[in-house]
Ligand binder design. Sequence first.
Ligand code: ADP
Ligand code: XUL
Length: 520
Amino acid sequence: MGKYLGIDASTQSISGLLIDTEAGAIIAEESINFDAHFHDSYGVENGVFTMGGGTVHSAPLMWAEALDLLLQTLSAQGCDLGQIQAIAGSGQQHGTVYLNDTAASALGNLSADKSLKDQLAGIFSRETAPIWMDTSTAAQCAEIEAGVGGRDALLELTGNTAFERFSGPQIRKFHQTEPTNYTNTSYIGLVSSYVASLLAGKLVGVDPGDGSGTNMMDIAARTWNQQALDATAPGLEDKLLPIAPSGQSVGAISPYYVARYGFSTECLVLPFSGDNPCSLIGLGLVTPGQVALSLGTSDTLFACMDQPRTSKEGEGAVFASPDGQHYMALTCYLNGSLAREAVRNEYGLDWDGFTAALQATPPGNDGGLMLPYFAPEIVPNVPEAHVVRHHLDAADAQANVRAIIEAQALSSAIHARWMGVDITSIYVTGGASANAEILRVYANVHNCPIHRFETTNSAALGAALRAAHGHNPADSWQETVGPFTQPVPGSTIEPDGEAVAAYRNLVGTYETLEQTHTNN
Ligand code: ADP
Ligand code: XUL
């Protein structure tokens, strides 16, 4: 029993969520939005740099500065950080951070008189970090698959086919385009392991949940796979730390945070994991068969599984669950919140206006459909942004609002089939899950109830619960997650018979439209 902090380093913000396991309650939740604080100093938009040709990066030094600001804000609000017994975290998946040979010593000798930003500016062998939105590595994906003996061989070795956003293809591109900087890189981490390293004051390894999203880890053994490393870049094994088991503390928090923010010297740091694997825990999905939907910057649909079920056609990914026992199946869409915002902004609406448009239009949208590829899409694989309107007038704001939400929900039904799970209820999280009208469309398309939770940040909650379990490993996962993962009473959204019938026919129509306009 005690107080545990979960930190979620995501695309557009870094958040902290503090739980008290004695009270069974979330006692603080705070978020630092990157654009609001760092747009001028780093030039990020929606937390990222969009660099052309599908290349999307972010700034690891900004994440360090944001971590200081988050802890300062929590402390200024009166949170007694000294009572926290353990911290775990969650990071946007796949993104890679490249450090030089000064990093370990800089992290180990942090002075409390100066900020992280002032002390760590020199540790990078690459100033920017490619992130999950990057779609520029199709060539490297093909080369890696060929390098291990083909797509099926990579699937067999790592559980996943090669994806543009996965870490391995991104590392290969760096090696090919900046060979000297690659040679000068001593350590390659993921967003998750980098932020854990900032807290621990030493280099921390990648956990199996996030290691699964690299195309380089043997998913069954939960170790790096040498054949996959060889197919990615030379000497890579020397730049990676061994996979760090998700539940084992890497040591106490760095003295920097004790002196600066009043943390206890005993406060433990656990490895961070990916945001989706953490959401699995934060929504209580520790039993196989349960399904969840995250409507964040990316939209993801995921399920807990006993065994790693693989997606041969490259529709989905499989990750190790940070509970140490299970796996998760995941379908990820790049056109999530930013695509919804593109429609909202195009018609000059705010979220209330967007919601009103959904309320004013009928399920099925009188036949109006949209393929919402405002940016390149992961599923189906669409390399170039293009939006298709089918029986849909571009001037009709309300119909376009409904069209994008129906497109996203229909696509989530089509591309969940590979998981082989009978979807009987869906747990939701992510910023857009605050919007009941969006969720109503999902309830009707999937013909099942949608359950909502107290926080829309299940990744940060899952991280806090991982910290609690790491500190009390004798507790069962069910005991740990149970008190925090009950749906809010009365908040469940039930399907409506007539709307369900309208969507039953529309799924096939949408699928045909999708196939006509993509190569999938
Ligand atoms: P991340 O994946 O970066 O953690 P979040 O889960 O915090 O993202 O979601 C942030 C997004 O939530 C915003 O970009 C915004 O588009 C969306 N959002 C917030 N409130 C609403 C709302 N009422 N309706 C629809 N979308 C919303
Ligand atoms: C999952 C993925 C995204 C990021 C978003 O494979 O790429 O959901 O984790 O933060």
